[in-house]
Design a protein around this ligand. Structure first.
Ligand code: PMV
Length: 308
């Protein structure tokens, strides 16, 4: 008997970094998946085609399984096999999606049907190993799916969409560590003599507005909020020249707005455009050498099942 789980990746639409300091963030699950197979074995082990951080990425998985086995009183002897469509270090939540899929598969193997809230709580054990001080937004969106407003310490709010929306995602080509970016932002905050807290409050407001525009399908309004978010992110030092170049390319091809997504310092951008224009923008970006795709949201959260 083995258990299989799949978890979606994610994009932070607005509020990354500021969410670590208490702001609302808006996040959407993306259709690229991580798949995990779990089966009983004499000792805990992990095999992977691609785990975030390579062999360093294995320890967070083992610690997560150990914490679950301890709390739920089951045998930790589980062999976990990870296969991922999500590029690592690209700001698309590869570590959270992996950990959420691991928790879903291992709990299913041992006969537990956890709620998304419980899945994300266990995934946070590994997320803390990977990121140091994660806000929890990545684990929550990968577990629940859909589109969410998230802030630490508040119940997440599902954002309703009547139909689907298209987000464009493009990869700058440079990978980086979210942990380092989060640490750098903490230093910026310390030096800012209170000014950072104003940026946190503004970012929080923008996320609430962005949820409203996305929900209503006002993509022009959402584009303006993406560009305003990008400005705030560049002020706290997480943007780079290559990200700015990619954003400028998306805007020159006709996007309403664009910004980096996730930890920054490299990684990916998201952009929105008028309905029907996304494909031509994405092919324009590909023509300039970037990996880019259109993601339809909402996407379902993590799911798991048993196979003989
Ligand atoms: O780079 P990613 O995909 O791990 O996203 C990080 C998001 C941050 O807001 C920068 C950190 C966090 O824990 O919320």
């Amino acid at each position: 008997m083995r258990a299989i789980a799949e978890a979606p990746s994610k994009a932070i639409v607005t509020g990354e970094h500021f969410v670590v300091h208490g702001a609302w963030a808006l996040a959407a699950a993306l259709p690229m998946l991580v798949r995990v197979e779990a089966e009983s074995a004499p000792t805990p082990s992990v095999v992977s085609d691609r785990v975030a951080g390579g062999s360093r990425g294995i320890l967070p998985i083992l610690k997560t399984v150990e914490a679950m086995a301890h709390e739920l009183s089951f045998d930790p002897g589980v062999r976990v096999k990870v296969s991922s469509e999500v590029p690592e270090g690209a700001g698309l939540g590869s570590s959270a999606a992996t950990l959420v899929a691991v928790v879903s598969a291992v709990s299913r193997l041992r006969g537990f049907k956890l709620t998304p809230q419980e899945v994300s709580r266990f995934a946070m054990v590994g997320e803390r190993e990977v990121h140091g001080r994660p806000s929890g937004v990545d684990a929550e969106i990968c577990a629940r799916g859909g589109v969410l407003l998230f802030r630490p310490g508040s119940p997440p709010r599902e954002v309703p969409l009547d139909g689907t929306r298209s987000l464009m995602v493009a990869f700058s080509g440079s990978r980086r560590s979210t942990r380092v970016q989060v640490e750098n932002v903490a230093k910026v905050r310390k030096k800012s003599m209170g000014a950072f807290d104003l940026l946190v409050a503004e970012a929080s407001e923008r996320s609430l507005e962005a949820a409203d525009t996305l929900s209503k399908g006002d993509l022009r309004g959402l584009g303006r909020l993406l560009s305003a978010s990008q400005l705030a992110l560049s002020r706290i030092g997480v943007s780079t020249r290559s990200l700015e170049g990619l954003i400028a390319a998306a805007l020159s091809l006709g996007a309403y707005g664009a910004k980096l997504t996730g930890g920054g310092g490299g990684g990916s951008i998201i952009a929105v455009a008028a309905r029907g224009k996304e494909k031509s923008i994405v092919s324009g970006l590909r023509g300039r050498g970037y990996e880019a795709f259109v993601a339809e949201v909402p996407v379902k959260g993590a799911r798991s099942w048993l196979e003989r």
